[in-house]
Ligand binder design. Structure first.
Ligand code: GAF
Length: 422
């Protein structure tokens, strides 16, 4: 089960987020670690340091922080070597860490029981452990497998990012851990390489066949910018994305329906894309540039899945062009078209997401779509700033009328990627 382990698990309840349906209040996704406001004693940085002292004694050698991400557009394109446009957000995962001489990797998480999970060097291999600790342990394994000289480490984790909300708490945990180990052992490892190793940990150690988007967004994100990712080359180009400057608000709506990428749906979608590429005789669906070329696919399901990927790649490039031209407001219909494609062709949206998108549009949003892998998680809505409160109310109302738990809604701004804090 992929539990999005870096973040705050659902048991944390709405109080973690500053109360359900908060707009512009403490439930701000994009602020500097203010999603839910600082916990007692000063936020995840202080929380990780405190936990380190409680579990391992003394101060850590350093503290590293990696944010979550929102994908503006370009869903299920990364493992098809296509394009995506994600950005880092203001909430994330902190890791307080110190090297150890015994080669053991010892892990404790404020959100996952605070007990210490230890992994001896001889057993650090895929299958050795499951649950949240497999993600950071997997990063140590991936670094060692790539030839980096990583010894033991004690790591204490705290987060202000909700888990399972489709905001990539797992990549945040992997990347904060990767930076911590690289810092402790002074490794010469670039951020793109670290992103690839985070993905390797997730694919081969945890066993979830995800793409590279989340790790690249978390490690390469820049404030005020989205990253236009070319997932064939593994490179990202910053593109300006500043909703406030355009008189707009970009809202994140956590639908509180939780997703698990290991329930099989994600892997099945990935297989369908690979089957479609094989049937078309191309290396990946990236190599198909027009939907018309898909007419050769006899299987209607494969045809729909591939149509999503091919059309989504085009939408990403169009949106990137609009952002570069200072025309963010014109991106709305492309966001909404992305959602329709994910709902009807790729079939990864969920009832709360569809209802949130419809309600947001009716209340004046320019565009709205699910973000992340799907099957649960979050929706984004782009709205004129003056209508953001009305959009928030409309979405909250429809959830109430349907008897669903209140969504958590707040504005988001692109923030800086992962850093060493101390
Ligand atoms: C998840 C995966 F981790 C990403 O690699 C990506 O495929 C995304 O779903 C869908 O766009 O976040």
């Amino acid at each position: 089960m992929r539990a999005e382990p870096g973040g705050v698990p659902e048991e944390g309840g709405p109080e973690v987020f500053g109360g359900p349906g908060v707009f512009g209040g403490p439930g701000v996704f994009g602020g500097p670690g203010v999603f839910g406001g600082p916990e007692a004693g000063g936020g995840p940085e202080a929380g990780a340091v405190r936990l380190f002292g409680e579990r391992f004694g003394g101060p850590p050698e350093g503290v590293w922080r990696a944010p979550g991400r929102v994908n503006f557009i370009g869903e299920h394109t990364d493992y098809n070597e296509g394009f995506a446009l994600p950005f880092a957000i203001g909430t994330g995962v902190c890791v307080a860490a110190a090297a150890r001489e015994d080669g053991v990797v010892a892990l404790s998480s404020r959100q996952y029981g605070e007990s210490v999970v230890t992994v001896s060097p001889g057993v650090l291999a895929p299958g050795a452990l499951g649950g949240w600790a497999a993600y950071p342990a997997g990063v140590a394994w991936a670094l060692r497998s790539a030839g980096h000289r990583v010894g033991g480490a004690s790591l204490a984790v705290d987060a202000d990012l909700p888990a399972g909300a489709g905001l990539s708490s797992s990549a945040a945990l992997e990347c904060a851990t990767g930076l911590a180990l690289a810092g402790l052992y002074r490794l010469a490892v670039s951020r793109p390489e670290l992103a690839a190793l985070g993905r390797r940990a997730e694919n081969d150690f945890v066993g979830v066949p995800t793409g590279l988007m989340d790790q690249l967004a978390v490690l390469l994100g820049q404030a005020g910018h989205a990253l236009l990712l070319d997932c064939r080359t593994g490179t990202g180009t910053p593109v300006p994305l500043d909703p406030a400057a355009a008189g707009l608000a970009l809202l994140v709506i956590d639908t509180r329906a939780r997703h698990e990428l290991t329930d099989g749906g994600y892997a099945a979608r990935r297989r369908a894309c690979e089957d479609a590429a094989r049937a078309l005789g191309v290396r990946s669906l990236r190599d198909v540039t027009s939907v018309g070329e898909l007419d050769r696919l006899g299987d209607p399901v494969l045809h729909r899945r591939a149509r999503h990927v091919v059309s989504e790649n085009r939408r990403v490039l169009e949106v990137a062009g609009l952002l570069r031209g200072g025309q963010l407001g014109l991106a709305g219909p492309l966001l909404t078209a992305s959602h329709a494609s994910l709902r009807d062709d790729f079939e990864v949206s969920w009832p709360e997401a569809d209802a949130a998108v419809d309600a947001a549009l009716q209340a004046g949003a320019l565009g709205a779509r699910m973000t992340g892998g799907g099957f649960g998680g979050s929706v984004i809505a782009l709205a004129p700033a003056a209508t953001a409160a009305g959009v928030t109310r409309a979405v909250t109302d429809i959830f109430g009328r349907r008897g669903w738990r209140a969504p958590v809604i707040g504005p988001v701004q692109p923030a800086q990627g992962a850093v060493r804090l101390r």
